[in-house]
Design a protein around this ligand. Structure first.
Ligand code: ATP
Ligand code: MG
Length: 341
């Protein structure tokens, strides 16, 4: 991955009629980077991808790719590939013919065509399937064909819009690894849309968290996972105990609660269930739910702060339902939120 910017979105605004879907979006992507767009339904992920692909004209702002302003360049002249959740393969054509389709449109024929298609199929592990019709393939294999079909066009940027969401959990994991391998081997710049935080954390060099058509946070998976800037991001990446701070106290469902010691200067604090100490501490709660989760046990506690979710090593003795348990929210293990909401 190089340090220079390869794709730039500059104050990009996108709308459907009077509905503004994306507003003043700024984003810089480096060559060879795998960027994940993460966010809830309707936050503008697909819309952003459509505009990069040239399927939608922005109402404001510019898009630059590899030193060229492509804002008004036609979709088929952009060298941007797009893979959707539905693979849209041609069912009456073989795997080979599906992958060859776009190359043929570009006038590539003969040995060159054969070499490129075979290399594409090999890169996704489908060399042995060239003569099959696509309906005779598994979901994962079909997705690989779709990936190969885009890759052989040698796009400068490959956009993938929830490419794995049609697959079952195991295939999804397999394809995730596959995608990462293909990306690293080819060095192609990729933007990957998902609303699955685990997928984004596992795959991406950087993650862009979107909310209501704007960027809420950009960071490495570690930054997003450990240092969410807002309660929105914290909630999205699995912090289940999130509180605003007002006048040095936690704002809870049952009023403002002081914690022992001084609270840090932040708009809020967030704890993952496994950073809650259970069994000792200055506060008391009642066990309202307990479930065994393999390596850990998950607790739902009713407390003066409202509901608290805790997760502890399953090897420790279990606390019974309705038991009173001491607990602590260690401030040193909380994420400090700069914004609340
Ligand atoms: N064709 C359309 N006409 C009008 N509004 C649209 C259209 N497509 C999307 N929108 C609106 O634009 C906003 C962004 O939609 P978009 O499809 O980009 O969301 P998304 O982040 O991809 O969501 P999802 O995770 O559900 O795919 C939403 O409010 C949506 O309702
Ligand atoms: Mg979408």
């Amino acid at each position: 991955m190089s340090d220079t910017t390869f794709l730039t979105l500059d104050k990009l605004s996108l709308a459907y009629g009077s509905t503004v879907a994306v507003k003043d979006l700024d984003l810089e992507i480096r060559k060879g980077e795998l960027l994940a767009l993460l966010g809830p339904s309707g936050c503008g992920k697909t819309t952003t991808m459509r505009s990069i692909a040239g399927l939608m004209n922005p109402v404001g702002g510019r898009i630059h790719l590899d030193g060229t302003d492509i804002t008004r360049v036609a979709a088929n002249k952009r060298a941007v590939g797009l893979v959707f959740q539905s693979y849209a393969l041609f069912p009456h054509l073989t795997v080979f013919e599906n992958v060859a389709f776009g190359l043929k449109l570009k006038g590539i024929r003969g040995t060159e065509l054969e070499t490129k298609v075979k290399a594409g199929l090999k890169s996704v592990g489908l060399a042995a399937f060239a003569d099959r019709k696509t309906p005779e393939l598994s979901g994962g294999q079909q997705q690989r064909v779709a990936l190969a079909r885009s890759m052989v066009m040698e796009p400068k940027v490959l956009l993938l819009d929830e490419p794995l969401s049609n697959l079952d959990a195991r295939l999804r994991l397999e394809m995730r690894t596959e995608l990462q391998r293909v990306q690293k081997e080819s060095g192609v710049t990729m933007i990957f849309v998902t609303h699955d935080q685990v997928e984004a954390l596992a795959l991406a060099d950087r993650i862009v968290v979107m909310k209501n058509g704007a960027i809420e946070q950009i960071g490495t998976p570690e930054e997003i996972y450990n240092h969410p800037v807002s309660s929105f991001v914290a909630d999205f990446v699995g912090f289940e105990n999130i509180f605003a701070i007002r006048d040095g106290k936690l704002v809870t469902g049952t009023g403002e609660v002081a914690l022992p010691g001084n609270l840090p200067r932040a708009a809020g604090l967030a704890w993952r269930p496994r950073t809650i100490s259970l069994g000792s501490g200055p506060m008391k709660g009642r066990v309202r739910g307990v479930s065994f989760a393999g390596g850990t046990r998950e607790y739902v506690l009713e407390t003066p702060l409202g509901t608290i979710k805790a997760e502890v090593d399953a090897a420790l003795p279990a606390h019974a339902l309705d038991a009173d348990v001491a607990f602590d929210l260690p401030v040193e293990s909380a994420a400090l939120l700069k914004r609340f909401g």
